[in-house]
Design a binder for this molecule. Structure first.
Ligand SMILES: [Zn+2]
Length: 432
């Protein structure tokens, strides 16, 4: 039995003109008046809704294999669909680590079986994330998972020679190295952003220079070997400046920022609530403003969630012992709308660019991040741009509930998601 055809009627395409979009057999088959008059279709009343291309996440932790108590490929895919995503990149810091063709194919296969969004495994740069020996990057690239992004995320590839070799290696298959920029010696014992507040709270400081020094080194390395660098979760004003300089020099570097670094500051740490413990740490208002400006002017290419689910045992404990990370798939569009659209920094076409088109390009996903046009794959997200609501972690579908936004009011809510013409989520409920 084939999937039903859907007529998305009267939505605002990329937040601008009102239009109609007809989805059939996985493709956008008609728009405008041709679509409006179609027969034998399920009509979706999109009056007042924004029609976006399906969102693409460059940075998701799905925890499978190894920590299925925190998340699985299936539960994470459901959270992604509810959040408006049609593709996610699954980070390699699983157990076992995704450092071989076998593990990345396993994750890829689990994603296909779940069927709620396209799951693209990220391959580890070094064996076991150990930072001393390059993993089989070529074998992962040639596997059925066709890996194009490689990252030791959670850890930094701190050895300059190894980083250079990885950058050289990925050129063979148009890959990129996605760096978690954190100089390890400068962050030993670090618990929060370094500054007056870390002194007051008595927590180990995490200096901005620990991030910035690695980004500076890596853009120079990428320029030197002529390769493609992607910088994960940029968190400081200085990092934005370095990226702006590197792009001005023509260096092939892209970067992402997380929703939480666009909205939250280190002030949240004052209550020692481990929900706000994250790597890299929440920074200052000056940093948040620079990150917003960098995303608005395109210095930062993409928003990536760094969705990091943790079990209650790992997260709900005293600050020093708590795991770093927060969930983010289901709240991403609301946080971006609240911090970027409501503030007038970005319009919905800009959101489509930073959350769909550019991340798809960075991940080399040819069938994602496309225009909303006849003949294109029917990967579509509907957003209610005016919806005001308080975040309720108990309503989330991720297996973990470590959101930092509990009780916070957001504007802008994902309403419906279509993956190749099939409805994958509706009003917070995955359509399995
Ligand atoms: Zn990271």
């Amino acid at each position: 039995m084939s999937d039903p055809a859907y007529l998305i009627k009267g939505g605002r395409l990329l937040g601008a003109d009102v239009g109609h979009v007809l989805l059939r057999d996985g493709v956008i088959v008609a728009m405008g008046a041709d679509a409006r008059d179609a027969a034998d279709v399920d009509v979706i009343d999109a009056d007042g809704l924004v029609v976006l291309p399906g969102l693409v996440d460059l940075h998701t932790h799905l925890r499978e294999p190894g920590r299925e108590d925190a998340e699985t490929v299936a539960s994470g895919s459901a959270a992604a669909a509810v959040g408006g995503f049609t593709a996610v990149h699954a980070m390699a810091n699983t157990d076992p680590v995704a450092d071989t063709a076998g593990v990345v194919e396993q994750v890829w296969h689990l994603g296909r079986r779940a069927g709620l969004c396209d799951v693209h495994p990220v391959g580890a740069v070094t064996v076991g994330l150990g930072g001393s020996e390059l993993a089989e990057l070529g074998a992962m690239a040639e596997s059925r998972a066709t890996v194009r992004l490689f990252s030791d995320d959670g850890k930094c590839v701190s050895d300059a020679v190894l980083m250079r070799r990885a950058l050289e290696y990925v050129k063979a298959f148009d890959g990129a190295v996605a760096q978690h920029a954190q100089e390890p010696r400068l962050t030993e014992g670090a618990q929060m952003n370094e500054g007056p507040m870390s002194g007051v709270l008595g927590l180990g400081g995490w200096p901005a220079v620990a991030e910035e020094s690695i980004i500076a080194r890596d853009v120079l390395l990428a320029g030197h070997v002529g390769s493609r660098l992607h910088v994960c979760h940029v968190s400081t004003a200085g990092s934005v400046e370095i990226l702006r300089w590197a792009k001005g020099k023509g260096i092939d570097v892209t970067a992402e920022v997380t929703p939480h670094h666009l909205l939250l500051t280190e002030d949240r740490v004052a209550g020692y609530d481990p929900r706000f413990k994250v790597n890299p740490p929440l920074r200052t208002t000056t940093d948040v403003e620079a990150l917003r400006a960098g995303l608005a002017d395109g210095t930062i290419d993409a928003v990536a969630t760094d969705h990091a689910p943790h079990s209650v045992e790992d997260k709900d404990c005293e600050w020093a012992a708590a795991a770093m990370g927060m969930t983010g798939l289901e709240t991403a569009i609301g946080v971006v709308a609240t911090s970027m659209v409501e503030t007038g920094l970005l319009d919905w076409a800009g959101v489509a660019d930073r959350m769909s088109r550019r991340p798809a390009q960075i991940g080399r996903l040819e069938a994602q991040g496309r225009s909303i046009a006849v003949g294109e794959p029917a990967n579509i997200t509907l957003v209610d741009p005016k919806a005001r609501y308080r975040v309720d972690r108990m309503a989330m579908v991720s297996r973990s509930r470590n959101t930092p936004y509990e009780g916070l009011e957001l504007v802008g809510r994902p309403v419906m998601t279509f993956l190749r013409g099939r409805m994958t989520a509706r009003d917070g409920v995955p359509q399995v």
